[in-house]
Write a protein that binds this ligand. Sequence first.
Ligand code: NAG
Ligand code: NAG
Length: 435
Amino acid sequence: MGAFWDDCSSSAGSFFAQRIFGGFMGGFVLTAALVSLSSRILGVDVSPLPALLPALGLFSRRKTSEKKKIRVYMDGCFDMMHYGHANALRQARALGDELVVGVVSDEEIIANKGPPVMSLDERMVMVSGVKWVDEVIPGAPYAINEKFMKKLFTVYNIDYIIHGDDPCLLPDGSDAYELAKKAGRYKQIKRTEGVSSTDIVGRMLLCIRDRQSNENQNHASLQREFSHGHGNKAENGNTTSSTRISNFLPTSRRIVQFSNGKGPGPHARIVYMDGAFDLFHAGHVQILRRARELGDFLLVGIHTDQTVSSNRGPHHPIMNLHERSLSVLACRYVDEVIIGAPWTVTKDMITTFNISLVVHGTVAENNDLTSEENDPYKAAKELGIFRVIESPLTITTTTIIKRIFANHEAYKKRNDRKVESEKKYYESKVFISGD
Ligand SMILES: *[C@@H]1O[C@H](CO)[C@@H](O)[C@H](O)[C@H]1NC(C)=O
Ligand SMILES: *[C@@H]1O[C@H](CO)[C@@H](O)[C@H](O)[C@H]1NC(C)=O
């Protein structure tokens, strides 16, 4: 096995990847560091420790401030990233002070599970955009070999390697985290229930199939393959069912965990951007970054399921309102979301939230805002506070659905393999505490 991984984790390869990434993302790492610094100082973390410190005396105070930061490492493919991934990163970060994330290379994903839907660049944008991530290592190996583990401990100063409680098996059936466990540097987090990429792909295929109805037999069988994901009740072959029920159970605590918990400062310039933000992707992250740069506080309006459905068709959105809200909330450029924003940005809304700029990207699912009578931004335009901003990427939700479909044979194979391990996981599942 060692020889197999050697190519992928060679430091030359990794260095090269980092160089490419540096050019691609510009000053990201610095930004991430600043964000994490300020969130630690201004954050909502009301741990009793700081209050106790003065009572403990000078000695222990100095000792605490000199304490080495605990650095934790988590890796993954982060393909078709969803709020379950974001939640895992949040939990991992809570086990230390700094979170370093390894994003597996395209080649490694192909070798281990079939082609990814998103490229490494896109997956890097997604992971870097999560507010609990401090550093990202592009092109990480799929399984942590001896050499890479050593590098994590010595070069990246990692204290612990983190993974969820779901099994991560290599093609030969061995445990991908065995080495880390043996080294006593492994910590586990609880898997986020109610969502999996398998399930999301299933929802997408359902929406394609129904649109093209009886055009292609393949679609129906393909959709069935993908709908083997856990807990889907629509497995009785009833192809007339139109809406897929999400297993996600939104709790108020989860929303609080994802929130920044603070409003705008006294003279903050508030920027507003609205949309469906369905299948939250790299294009969303990049446009939100642009929007945030135009002010001090970014308020994002997430359209209701009904609004999205009436604009895009009966099987949209793919992700429901709460799922979409969590994905947007996990983004480091977002300060606050409105869970269920109206289609039209009214003058009253602008006043209520003290919005000083309303923005809209050049790349959007339906961008014919030219029809005068139905323009959602009419009020903002009249106030002279509306601005169209250039979308850095051309990717949309439709792009993703098309990719899934174009490559369906490969995804079908990949899913067949996943079904077995998912089934085993759910059969042997026990309660694990933590959130
Ligand atoms: C399938 O859908 C039809 C029409 O909506 C319904 O009458 C039938 O009971 C459904 N069958 C199952 C097994 O759910
Ligand atoms: C409203 O926003 C403006 C910036 O556009 C800011 O100067 C002003 O202080 C804000 N008002 C309040 C009450 O925060």
